[in-house]
Design a binder for this molecule. Sequence first.
Ligand SMILES: [Zn+2]
Length: 492
Amino acid sequence: MRLFTASLATESNSFSPVPTNRASYEAAFYYPPGTHPDHPPRHTTAPLFVGRRRAKQEGFALVEGSCFWAEPSAPTRRADYEAMRDEILGQLEAALPVDGVLLGLHGAMIAHGYDDAEGDILERVRALVGPRCVIGVELDPHCHLTEKRVRLADVIVLYKEYPHTDFVERAEELVTLVLKTIRGEIRPVMSLYDCRMSDLFPTSREPGRSFVARMQSFEGRDRVLSVSLCHGYAQGDVPEHGTRVLVVTDDAKATGDALARRLGEEVRERRGTWAPTWLTLDEGIDQAYVEPRGPVVVADPSDNAGGGAASDNTNVIRRLLERGCRDACVGPVWDPIAVQFCMAEGVGATRRLRFGGKTAETSGQPIDAEVTILGLKRGGEQAFGASRVAYGDGAGIRIGGPGGVEVSLISHRTQALGLEIFSDVGIDLAGKRYIGVKSTNHFYAAYAPIATKVLYADGGGPSPPDIRKYPYRRIARPLWPHDDLPEGRLVV
Ligand SMILES: [Zn+2]
């Protein structure tokens, strides 16, 4: 038995000011064949990571192709997308014949000229391997789960958790289903139900928490192999944008159709209740300082690099300073130049520094202040579940003496995932009243355990949590909440 695996992944924000080309992937990660590290696993390359171990254990051959990942930003430059895609297709062609293909594709990639980049990749992979080869795909739930992909792949499995703490477990399930299909033990058939809505589905709170268990309660019985909820990705302006339910059965299409419809209707009934309450920036500050003790963690989803924002908006920091807030910190702010200046001065130095507010109108104005450099870190990494995510060089600064507002500056754009973005650069979280993190929900796994309370407040960055504010041009309407809720429909 012989399988091929590769990964080409990013999350393309149609409204991001940050351009995306091949260098964006090479800056995040690019592993040519055979160079992918054995540890730690990366979320979009989990099929390779799991496939490598299972190949050794179960005695099949796994041919490794290239793996690409870019931090979310604007749609990818056309020629670069085509070159990366063709690099992988060339490796696959050289590896033929294969019994199976395992692909790690985030699922919300747009390239110029390609609304559905993953559908394009699958079409070309299928053309090379033929109809009998088993194609298995793992996707992030923040994807556009198009009809084309579901018709071209044999098995698709999405992460269920948001924060995405389960990408390795879901890859294990994917590899198991692909191997069973190759061995002729199952015959997977997929059903896809379109909820005709768009929403945010954190699983760190109800009703999302229980819905994960509900999906899993159907798996492994009545010929149901896998159930996934495609959350959709609000910042992707493509026709097949929105929330969908995917059910994979063992040759039981009618069962899959009925279950996909039933779960899809449950999602529709609870529309508007899945996401937490979004406070205004000032409400977030008010509510944080009302708590008798801290730290209160206040997430700003509007400037989340993980969703394609620049992560250099200064509104929250400016407001904390204007209101004279004490024992506060905010991070990460993407500003490579400010980090470089801090590196040149050294820990303990005090200087005038301009930082943030650089990349677009939605970044706000830069902040000019007398700052003390608290700590510096070269080549920093933060934990994200079992994975490690690089943030480049970091500098911790404080404005206004002990107890003032502290800021984590980073040189490599990424969201707040682990505590390291503060602790590595001399910012002590223990004594804080207000910890501001630029993230929508991935921060939650690391930060909720140290927080007395978690709040979500709109910092006025480029990705407003109220998705009705986006200037969409391409999404298929009607779609809730932009329109009255239309009928749901079975797509596949
Ligand atoms: Zn995601």
